[in-house]
Design a protein around this ligand. Structure first.
Ligand SMILES: [Zn+2]
Length: 103
């Protein structure tokens, strides 16, 4: 488990580093958003490393519920989402207007 978290941390940091070095001096918000996302992944991975990795791997809710859709092949979670149901619900609410809207 710890090894997977470490790989996630390394990948996220590498991604963040690549983006950071590709930015100009005055990046637009849409350019920094992927950087923020990579850094959030790095923080989450680092937190779960130090927290002894609860079932969710989430630094905020290490003992919270795991998202039942995590690892689901037919309805996969968006890239960058973790196993934490509480955080994923928060993301769903935040992105509901863009993703949802199915009548
Ligand atoms: Zn969480």
């Amino acid at each position: 488990m710890g090894y997977a978290e470490l790989r996630e941390l390394q990948n996220a940091l590498s991604t963040a580093s690549d983006i950071a070095f590709s930015l100009g001096a005055e990046p637009a918000p849409h350019e920094t958003e992927p950087l923020m996302e990579a850094l959030r992944r790095a923080v989450a991975a680092a937190g779960s490393l130090g927290a002894g990795a609860g079932p969710t791997g989430c630094p905020e809710h290490p003992r919270g519920p795991v998202d039942p859709l995590y690892g689901d092949k037919e309805d996969p979670l968006p890239p960058g989402w973790g196993k934490c149901l509480l955080c994923n619900d928060r993301r769903r609410r935040a992105g509901g207007r863009r993703r949802g809207g199915r009548h």
